[in-house]
Design a protein around this ligand. Structure first.
Ligand code: DSN
Length: 415
């Protein structure tokens, strides 16, 4: 019963050690990744995972729930205060699960959803890929970004909405570097009689800190994840108007999920507490400043940025004039210890397996304590590597410099 991981399963323990080493000695620029606090990790890895608690606080289908009830109530209370939401559901296992529950709550199979094309920065769970449940269960119509400005053109989106009369409009992105004003979305939704879902999985930390326009006053439902800019555990979050509360709760349980992950809900409660602290706002400000500095450096280094820059934690780099695909760029950067993901850019001529872009972001490096000087250095390294894709010795040299930089900004020292 009390055997350690090391003695029970040395194979897994060893792989875990290697992953720790990888995280400690490479630069994570994937904008959806972050390093949670020790407190979040502790809650996530706790004995709360032993407990079944189907239902909601004080309305469970299992006995022995008095303490997990306290935890879920605290999580809800903290999230309500942080996001000023009328109703909160903290049980969604992920952002995709949260979105599926919203569809289950508000739509009938076959209803029309208007969402952002995957190749223009949308998300799989918005139905942008034929293989998703969203796509097979609902009729999906798309909007994209404007070809010239590469940002939302609200008149164009309005015209698409008027033509297709969707039941649900999703204002949500996973690769859109600009701030989103939710007021015009509300106007369009009202004009066509649609529900408005704001999926703010990426930018929820910026919103919590008051550094990005707030969707809560405008959207019927807001979905998010807790592991990205919010720096909590892997998980989903739903904020909605009171009138949809029971529809949403029932769509999560029993609609689309069984027992809630009480350990994750405890970790969410911890991250909401952390996000209410003044230093969290400082952290989010630094994420944005770092993204701007990185964007400037990459642009000076000869790379075109989609929409010309960033207001958020991420940058979309168009490599189509640099003679390299996103796939190749991500692969060679990784050889130098710089971890990014390839990403389609709007109107991409390359397929999603190759892409013409990469999508660097700054939440994880900012958690390590890095600031503008480090962003400039990293941006210069990225530029050098991508301008000299065949130069193996340059990559080896930069890899050593990357390791030195990582040692100056350590993570998980206590693990
Ligand atoms: N896969 C996540 C991202 O990287 O944006 C979203 O689910």
């Amino acid at each position: 019963m009390s055997n350690s991981l090391k003695s029970t399963d040395p194979e897994i323990k060893e792989i875990l050690r290697k992953e720790l080493f990888r995280q400690q000695n490479t630069l994570t620029l994937i904008p959806s990744e972050n390093y949670p606090s020790r407190a979040v990790l502790e809650a996530e890895g706790s004995i709360l995972m032993d407990k079944y608690a189907e239902g909601y606080p004080r309305r469970r289908y299992y006995q022995g729930c008095q303490f997990v009830d306290e935890i879920e109530e605290l999580a809800i209370q903290r999230a309500k205060k942080l996001f000023r939401g009328e109703h909160i559901n903290v049980q969604a296992h992920s952002g995709t699960q949260a979105n599926i529950a919203v569809y289950q709550a508000l739509l009938n199979p076959g209803d029309t959803i208007l969402s952002l094309k995957l190749s223009h920065g949308g998300h799989l769970s918005h139905g942008g890929c034929e293989k998703t449940l969203t796509h097979t269960h609902y009729r999906i119509v798309y909007y994209g970004v404007d070809k010239t400005s590469e940002v939302f053109n609200y008149e164009e989106i309005r015209q698409i909405a008027l033509k297709h009369r969707p039941r649900l409009i999703i204002a949500g992105t996973s690769a859109y570097p600009r701030a989103i004003d939710f007021a015009p979305w509300r106007k369009i939704a009202d004009e066509v009689g649609a529900y408005l879902l704001a999926d703010v999985a990426h930018i929820i930390g910026l919103i919590a800190a008051g550094l990005h326009p707030d969707p809560v006053p405008y959207a019927d439902v807001v979905t998010a994840t807790t592991q990205k800019t919010l720096r909590g555990p892997r998980g989903g979050l739903i904020i909605c108007r009171q009138k949809y509360a029971s529809l949403i709760d029932r769509a999560i349980f029993p609609g689309t999920q069984g027992g809630p992950f009480m350990h994750t809900i405890a970790a969410k409660a911890v991250c909401f507490k952390e996000a209410a602290e003044p230093q969290f706002k400082k952290y989010q400000k630094q994420i944005i400043s770092n993204a701007r500095e990185l964007a400037k450096t990459l642009n000076n280094g000869g790379f075109r940025l989609v929409s010309g820059g960033t207001d958020t934690h991420l940058i979309l780099v168009d490599l189509s004039n640099n003679g390299i695909t996103g796939d190749k760029a991500a692969a060679i950067l990784e050889k130098a210890g710089i971890v990014v993901n390839k990403n389609s850019i709007p109107f991409d001529a390359q397929p999603p397996s190759l892409t013409s872009g990469i999508r660097p972001g700054t939440p994880a490096l900012t958690t390590r304590g890095m600031k503008e000087p480090e962003m400039k250095l990293i941006g210069e390294w990225i530029s050098k590597i991508l301008h000299n894709p065949e130069d193996v010795s340059l990559r080896k040299k930069i890899k050593k410099d990357v390791e030195k930089l990582c040692k100056k900004f350590p993570i998980y020292e206590e693990l």
